[in-house]
Design a protein around this ligand. Sequence first.
Ligand code: GDP
Length: 195
Amino acid sequence: MKIIKAEYTVSAVKAEQYPQDGRPEIAFAGRSNVGKSSLINTLVQRKNLARTSSQPGKTQTINFYSVNDLLYLVDLPGYGFARVSRAERERWGRFIEAYLNQRRELVAVVLLVDIRHPPTRDDVMMYDWLCYFNKPTLVVATKADKISRGQWAKHLKIIRNELGLKPEHQLLPFSAETRQGREEVWDWLARAAGI
Ligand code: GDP
């Protein structure tokens, strides 16, 4: 995907703040620190469009980034941060659920997991949740540069098994460091968004 224009649009805390122009949206979900901002920045070829390493668990907004005036990449708040209170977690859940469940512009979801580790309980819960919402889903295994290429297949297999990945869901290794997987992720996003 050739990026002509990429810009931050809005950080929403309620549905009335979502963009109103009807463009397709692709949401990104994953636990804090998994590399979500880095993936978005790599996709749009900008160093700092999505904030990296902002205080984990503090960003409880849904952030919209407009790409080529064609679609939105939507950064969902990271989950699985231990210091977040139960009340906050519940608020997070309701907010995200409403977005995933009711947003008509949402065409697909990308779930990020760390290639180095088996998915956490939260990752498995999130994956099950996405299956329940029945949206096209791509799983991206981040930080692929942190293990040798020869180890990828073994790690991807563990992720596939632990998530119980369905045959219709693809799993792609990705690295923001080397940009490995960027084209493959874009191909998938473009197809999902119909652009
Ligand atoms: P977020 O909280 O999910 O948005 O995660 P960030 O994108 O802020 O990344 C968390 C940390 O992991 C930062 O220190 C990043 O530099 C690092 N990181 C993210 N992606 C990669 C990657 O592909 N390779 C390596 N080596 N580090 C990464």
